[in-house]
Design a protein around this ligand. Sequence first.
Ligand SMILES: Cc1cc2nc3c(=O)[nH]c(=O)nc-3n(C[C@H](O)[C@H](O)[C@H](O)COP(=O)(O)OP(=O)(O)OC[C@H]3O[C@@H](n4cnc5c(N)ncnc54)[C@H](O)[C@@H]3O)c2cc1C
Length: 543
Amino acid sequence: MNKIAHYLQNHLRGEVMDSKDARIYFSNDNSILTLTPTIVAYPKNENDVRKAARFSWQLAERGRLLPITSRGSGTDQTGAAIGSGLVLVFPAHMNQLVELDAKTGFVTVEPGINYGKLQQSLKTHGLFLPAYPASLEYSTIGGAIGNNAGGEKSVKYGDTRESVKSLRVVLANGEVIETKPLNKRELKNKLGLTTFEGEIYRAMDTLMEENRELIKNTQLAVSRNGAGYDIKDIVTKKGFDLTPLFVGSQGTLGIITEATMSAINHNESTSLTVGFFDGLGELQEAINELKKLPESPSEIEIVDEQFLNMVNKINPNLLKDVLPDVLPKFILFVEFDNSNERNRRKLMKKASKIFSKYAASNQMENNQDKMENIWKIRNASSVILNHVDGNTRPLPLLEDGIVPVERLADYVDKLYQIFNKNHVEIAIWGHAGEGNLHIQPFLDLAVVGDRQKVFRMMDEYYPMIIEMGGSTSSSYNDGRLRSLYLEKLYGKDAYELMVRVKNIFDPHNILNPGVKVNTNVEDVKNMLRQEYVRGFNNFLPKS
Ligand SMILES: Cc1cc2nc3c(=O)[nH]c(=O)nc-3n(C[C@H](O)[C@H](O)[C@H](O)COP(=O)(O)OP(=O)(O)OC[C@H]3O[C@@H](n4cnc5c(N)ncnc54)[C@H](O)[C@@H]3O)c2cc1C
């Protein structure tokens, strides 16, 4: 065991490993990148995390860098759950539900708790966390907070940031802080602290004060935005709050050791209406009108014809009885979850009226079994994600762009152009009601031409999204891949502000360096895997 690993083993209660097997096991997440850590540890408790951070800080003061990467289940698709130094793996021990108040819906958890299991527990109390990612069965709450995850229900309920109320965070130097909205008096107390926490509050307070206009301009015209640091929500009517900043910061500003979130009422009864479209223009009109309904649908999802063809080719029997004989160009799924059945029916009628105007045909369902049958179509994205065609696999490199929803048709059109030009087969699916689509091109990373295509297509795709007024990431976050486009997205001044934020929290660049800001394109190219294999061990869910 190397000296540092040995030191950590003697000082932490959790396990510390530096064997080749352990390091290789944690050298991948679910991205196309790879990076081998020098040490892996399973912290037993917050004190272990504090000690590890403190140790790394002291090393850095002596000129030696031991980067720290926090890791949940490693389902991250951006290269943010891999690191070259110490990887702290939370699900092993720090995985408890600490407290649940079923009356208020407030739930306090450790970061390594499995999201799916927590959701199950909440549902037994009639509650749920609505911004769950499609990967919830395999991933952790810490990862969802790290990425500011969102999903199918985000069109109505927003992203993870909206449910996180307070956090316990270990800072880069090992100090522990608690974040929550602070009133003026509480902020003043923080500003007076002589600790690193005090330093951070003073620097952030000045930064917020001096850059009001610039910060306001980081607001993009999209419903969800995971790109960069959320500086615009620190100062609000509720007070001064660092919580939104940590959410979505991918372990680059601090290490979360506990989170209090607010779960909301869950209604199991839903209704579904489906529209089959032949043209992009009609699809866009329908979505525009759906967005004006008096209550938002709880889901507005889409798949395209290429998606249906691909699923039919891979598994001809799966959708045999659910699809029409002539495949439409697009299928739009619209779900309502209002707990009052009469209200739900009213909303369904309104949606069906919209479909009658624009769709070639449509179908309304209230029956649970029939609805499940129809959802099989949308959920078939897992069939595509698990497919291996020769040596090619679907690769997560362009899967999370988001544009203003009124530009969805334009966006889809441009996507087809990019992929036709690059002779790459794609299928489109995703959250149409937010202008957020998933596309995973089939490529073989062992082939030089395909490796070049990875960066060529990213260089065509992300600037296109930015030009359309969109964001490079809705919820899967920047990581190492998309952070390359952050400066282009926000402009030089706002980007530099984000770099300043990073420097305030992490002056020695210990916390997940190379993620979110200061990412070097050549470093990323060198991390590209030779062969893509998933970085976690379960069968892929839909996305
Ligand atoms: C098939 C598939 C579908 C997906 N669908 C969605 C989706 O619908 N929506 C979505 O948002 N994402 C989705 N993802 C991406 C990813 O699964 C989610 O964002 C998930 O929430 C990550 O959780 P994890 O436990 O795997 O985190 P990890 O991958 O381990 O980490 C994610 C990030 O969080 C940071 N982090 C983890 N723990 C901590 C901590 N304690 N303190 C600070 N930072 C921490 C990590 O450093 C990393 O930057 C999908 C991925 C796959 C493979």
